[in-house]
Write a protein that binds this ligand. Structure first.
Ligand code: HEM
Length: 168
């Protein structure tokens, strides 16, 4: 199974598919996804991007909970994340949320590498589902990158469908 990380190209059109429900099932349902995401965030604490995240334990706990809910929902599970975000495009919301942080390619690679470790330790049998989940992460994470090596910034937009950045 190859969980590769592809490169971000500033301004490129990023197409992605939400992960299949098969991944939620393969990971062990709602409880399994929560376990995976907690494992991921425990590793984030030890990673080179820990400074991006709240240092206060209670605040970090809230992020862990919201993050788990998001991934459960995005994999076709119950709509438990979007409760208070009704009417908003979930993908666009998620991209904007990351605009508060200066995320460059190096941070994205660290984030993905950390997630890959968590996924591998979780020992998921359905490799096809894992690859589909990974494809989503590899693609969608490009939209969170807003800071480039030449010092410039670029904020991806999904709302402007004319540039066909949103694929299905
Ligand atoms: C597939 C890519 C990604 C997805 C789906 C994703 C999703 C999420 C979600 C669901 C949350 C919690 C949102 C909430 O508070 O309601 C979050 C928070 C956060 N994400 Fe991401 N993320 C991605 C990539 C990244 C990357 C590459 C970074 C790089 C550093 C990053 C940095 C952060 C930070 C710093 C927060 C905490 C925000 C806060 O303190 O409120 N994310 N992300």
């Amino acid at each position: 199974m190859s969980l590769d990380i592809s490169k971000v190209i500033k301004g490129e059109s990023v197409k992605f598919k939400n992960p299949p429900k098969a991944f939620l099932e393969a990971v062990g349902g709602v409880d399994g996804m929560q376990e995976l995401m907690y494992r991921f965030y425990d590793k984030i604490y030890e990673s080179e991007i820990s400074h991006f995240f709240p240092q206060d334990e209670d605040e970090f706990e809230k992020i862990k909970i919201r993050n788990s809910k998001f991934f459960i929902q995005i994999c076709g599970g119950p709509k438990i994340y979007e409760d208070d975000k009704e009417g908003q495009d979930m993908d666009e919301y998620m991209v904007r949320l990351h605009d508060d942080f200066s995320i460059n390619e190096k941070a994205r690679i660290e984030w993905l590498g950390t997630m890959r470790e968590a996924i591998e330790e979780h020992k998921i049998e359905d490799k096809e589902a894992v690859e589909a989940f990974w494809d989503y992460l590899d693609s969608f994470s490009k939209l969170t990158v807003n800071t480039f090596n030449d010092g410039s910034t670029y904020y991806a937009s999904l709302l402007d469908k004319s540039d066909s950045r949103l694929g299905n």
